[in-house]
Write a protein that binds this ligand. Structure first.
Ligand code: ARG
Length: 448
């Protein structure tokens, strides 16, 4: 099934001639009906059917405007008359990937005290660059979980308005957190009165914060239920917020139609957040058997970012990460991977969340190799980043698999990711909503 990369230009070279003729015919048709939606047909050499967990050979995907209208074997799926054909017959085609935990407005080289010098408008501009890297890496949808000053709302809107190129975005705005907790800013002495936007205490305080976040345009709520690695002066194991406060956040969010993502490393904070009704536990590093059982019972997704430790311990010091954070990562990194394996074996629902922004944007897919190393099959790992995360986001009718009716969010790689999942770090074709944003695989063909 694996297709050697060297064969690609030869295989596609023959077809490119065909395109040329076809392309001329198509442009004539297209100019004749400027108003009708563009029709495209992708010939997929291999298509990953993530719903059924299988690979299909020689499939045709027909796209009209921004949505998929038909999928079937090339042999018995007609190419519509006006369709422009995109030849990926030597490639593996799969749904655009989803990352449920990113920080597009953050940079991997601005950790610790360096971050204090970054204004909200500057962070928003970082978001513009990160959005492009992320989309070109094959991630066509992301959930941004934590940004100051609603820079993430602005970025999402600019992408939706077509001013900025990037993935589909769901955004949380400022993460909600206790005074002095992981989602606060604890770097400066009291006379500077530094605190993060999302700080709120008490059941009514947190409810007000949820309301305010919605007022300024968020799609979901994120709160911090334990200390964290990268914050100053917080302990990973310490629960932050009482059950009463967590329940207030979740109830308020649900009442207003929002889902809740919860940062939690520590054992008790994880369980309290699941009991309070969290939709996903982010990190989930020190989850115990009871937490795993609770997550299974409640259908809570675990979003375990098991690549990021490599970056923090490998490059973190040079990027400004505090010594105390490096110390915490040494404790949490390996435990998280072992617990990922246990939770997987227990059948907990897993989504894909990488924490990109802590490490360079566009490197999100590096996590797949870790997921496979710690117990998933390549197909399972791919399912976390497609169907599972689509469900977590409540977008399963629109994205997550290549199915008629869904958005044409489609990517391709030259090799076979079911043999080597690391192929996903080399995405060579990206389409979002029927628009092509990366076509390296095709350019190779045109050059021959
Ligand atoms: N943003 C997270 C925190 O500061 C990063 C945790 C990274 N470590 C890990 N093993 N997942 O807590």
């Amino acid at each position: 099934m694996s297709i050697p990369r060297v064969r690609l230009p030869v295989a596609l070279g023959v077809v490119s001639l065909l395109w040329l003729c076809l392309g001329m015919a198509v442009s004539a048709v297209a100019s004749a009906n400027a108003d009708s939606p563009r029709v495209l047909a992708i010939h997929a050499g291999t298509l990953l059917d993530v719903d059924q967990g299988r690979a299909l050979r020689d499939q045709l995907i027909v796209i009209e405007g921004e949505r998929i209208i038909a999928v079937g074997p090339v042999a018995d799926t007609p190419v519509p008359e006006a369709a422009q054909v995109i030849d990926l017959s030597s490639a593996t085609v799969l749904p655009g990937l989803l990352d449920g935990h990113v920080h597009l407005t953050s940079r991997h080289d601005q950790h610790g005290y360096r971050g204090l010098a970054v204004s909200t408008p500057r962070a928003a501009l970082t978001g513009v660059a990160s959005a492009l890297h992320t989309l070109r890496a094959g991630f066509t949808t992301v959930r941004n979980v934590g940004a100051g000053g609603f820079a993430d709302v602005a970025l999402r809107d600019a992408i939706n308005d077509g001013e900025v190129v990037g993935p589909r975005m769901l955004v949380s705005g400022p993460s909600i957190g206790i005074t002095g907790g992981h989602c606060d800013n604890n770097l400066l002495p009291p006379e500077f009165r530094a605190f993060s936007d999302g700080v709120a205490d008490g059941p009514w305080g947190v409810r007000q914060r949820v309301r305010e976040n919605l007022k300024y345009g968020v799609d979901l709520i994120k709160f911090c239920a334990t200390g964290g690695v990268l914050s100053a002066g917080t302990s990973i194991g310490a629960q932050q917020y009482t059950f009463e406060e967590m329940e207030a956040i979740v109830q308020e969010a649900q009442m207003l139609g929002l889902r809740v993502a919860v940062h939690a490393h520590g054992t008790e904070g994880i369980k309290t957040a699941i009991r309070a009704g969290a939709n996903s536990i982010e990190h989930a590093s020190l989850i115990d058997d009871e937490g795993i059982r609770l997550a299974r019972e409640r259908g809570t997704f675990l979003s375990m970012d098991i690549y990021v430790s490599d970056f923090i311990l490998g490059s973190g010091e040079a990027m400004g990460i505090l010594p105390e954070s490096l110390e915490k990562e040494r404790i949490v990194g390996t435990a998280q991977r072992e617990n990922f394996q246990r939770a997987l074996a227990a059948g907990v629902r897993m989504s894909f969340g990488s924490d990109a922004g802590v490490f360079p944007h566009g490197h999100n897919a590096r996590q797949f190799a870790r997921m496979v190393e710690w117990g998933m099959t390549p197909m399972q790992a791919i399912q976390t980043a497609t169907v599972n995360t689509a469900e977590l986001l409540g977008m399963q009718e629109d994205i997550g698999s290549i199915t008629p009716g869904r958005y044409a969010d489609i990517i391709a790689v030259a090799g076979d990711p079911l043999v080597d999942v690391n192929e996903l770090t080399q995405v060579g074709f990206v389409m979002k909503g029927g628009q092509v944003y990366r076509r390296d695989l095709l350019v190779t063909a045109a050059a021959n």
